[in-house]
Design a protein around this ligand. Sequence first.
Ligand SMILES: [Zn+2]
Length: 267
Amino acid sequence: MASPNDDIPPDLWEECKSCHQLLYAKELASELWVCSKCGHHMRLSVWQRLEITVDPGTFTETEGDLPLVDPLGFPDYMPKLVQARAKTHMNEAVLTGTARLHGHRIGLALMDLAFIGGSMGWVVGEKITRLMERCIAERRPAIVFCASGGARMQESLVALMQMPKTAGAVGRLGRAGLPYISVLTDPTYGGVTASYAFLGDVIIAEKGAAMGFAGPRVVEVTKMNLRPEVQTAEFQYRHGMIDLLVERAHLRELLADLLDWFQAGKG
Ligand SMILES: [Zn+2]
């Protein structure tokens, strides 16, 4: 049966997944993809995130030529990777590069859930590590926007090895006296939570973001007795796991203030 909304062009209106109101797409972009009715923060692609975060025209991608890898010869994995590349226009689940934010030179990584759940395999771990090393070489603060389902199952132990590898790189950045700001967005789970996501000198979370070590599916399968609110930014903030909980509208300004503060030598 035809619904009354069938005549509305899909690119003109978007439905809020939280309150189910139809929102005018153009207005939604100007409101940084936050629902004007209920305040729900919608998930962003890396391209949307880039647009609302860095100074216009300053982003230069790095490590964009890393090849797709299938270290274990996992069945049907390579076609999935090829498909994810075509869908997201990214070379893997994280985009890395250099940019300016409020004039500050930064190293930046942005994760995208649309690329195999934003999961971390060898390429993601390698790109995060190389970004940290570039930041050390070029004396840049690092900012990482996390969005991930966790370690990538198809790469098994190779994926898990990215946890100590990236954690080590973050440690080297710290020892070089450079700040690392981690921004947790909806959702951040698993091996990413247990490595670089929660290692920031400053850990920021967007309001309403889901986060935790075990994702909802793991919680369900293992029959863990976990209250749903535990895996939220608000709960983690109240219990001291997160330093700052912010609305998206204030995030860029907050990052600029923190970069000013670190540059002034107060960090
Ligand atoms: Zn809403």
